[in-house]
Design a protein around this ligand. Structure first.
Ligand SMILES: O=C[C@H](O)COP(=O)(O)O
Length: 280
């Protein structure tokens, strides 16, 4: 696909698929205002902004339904704590957010699979795994209420960089069973972020399940070239129609500079500038 698009077209496509993210302890009303003005830039609106729940209502007000507002819950640690989950979910809903990114309790999954083989090849066998059965039951009281809510899109963050291929497959299959809207790779706060090899497992499972679930690559994505690798892989496995904001997103705090550099100067930012592009 990248060969068919000019660099500018690639930048516009990536912008249209991006959840422009700021999840920083230093976030404040001014920085959120700046983030929102970038989301509704004159070139191409982003798919969403993603902010801490305390700033969600403000972002909703500033964006005035021009761009979706997402927030995170159970973030970034992925606790298995139903009371906290209920509180944070209720709080997010009370802010009228469009989308909720929930961190899967991945440490519990690691605990359940600790004696199992690292290598895992046959994705169709994942449902026979004993840890899958147990984790699926545990997740019912979290994922069912999230997915029963038709008004709010649910993205589940696996923290895939901390998981083995088997654990990614189990967590993804559980997400697909409950019908989450997106499977998202990473929080960007712990360990490695998105990886193409991890995305491939998720794409293949979506295909195997003939699911309508989408995919969000997040954590460490800073350039259009990087993003295009996920787009090309997703299109190859799931078809061109999969590459749309309804099913394909990037979560990124540092990609805006590269997109704008391409759109205004016709070229990507330098590697030196890339090193400084730690925030949107
Ligand atoms: O949800 C998205 C991630 O937090 C963004 O990660 P990043 O800051 O590495 O781009």
């Amino acid at each position: 696909m990248s060969s068919e698009l000019t660099l500018q077209e690639q930048a516009l496509l990536v912008m249209s698929l991006t959840d422009l993210t700021s999840l920083d302890d230093k976030d404040n009303f001014n920085s959120i205002q700046d983030l929102c003005s970038k989301a509704i830039n004159p070139y191409q609106h982003t798919a969403a902004v993603c902010v801490y729940k305390e700033f969600a209502a403000y972002a909703k007000y500033l964006l005035n339904n021009q761009v979706k507002v997402a927030t995170v819950i159970n973030f970034p640690d992925g606790a298995l704590d139903f009371t906290r989950f209920t509180f944070e979910y209720a709080y997010a809903l009370s802010q009228q957010v469009d989308e909720i990114d929930y961190v899967f309790p991945w440490r519990k999954l690691i605990e359940l699979t600790q004696d199992q083989e690292y290598e895992f090849k046959d994705l169709s066998q994942v449902t026979n795994n004993s840890a899958y059965q147990e984790m699926r039951e545990i997740m019912q009281k979290y994922l069912q209420p999230l997915c029963n809510n038709q008004n709010t899109k649910i993205k589940v963050i696996l923290e895939s960089g901390s998981l083995t291929p088997l654990q990614i497959a189990i967590a993804s299959q559980i997400c697909l069973d409950y019908g989450v809207d997106f499977i998202k790779t990473s929080t960007g706060k712990h360990g490695e972020g998105a990886k193409l090899t991890d995305a491939e497992i998720i794409f293949k499972l979506i295909k195997l399940n003939q699911s309508k679930t989408g995919f969000k690559a997040s954590g460490g994505i800073k350039t259009v070239a990087q993003a295009m690798e996920y787009i090309n892989l997703g299109a190859k496995i799931l078809g061109q129609d999969f590459i749309a904001p309804q099913t394909f997103r990037f979560g990124a705090s540092g990609i805006y500079k590269d997109i704008i550099s391409i759109l205004t100067h016709g070229k990507s930012i330098s590697s030196q500038e890339l090193g400084q592009a730690s925030s949107y």
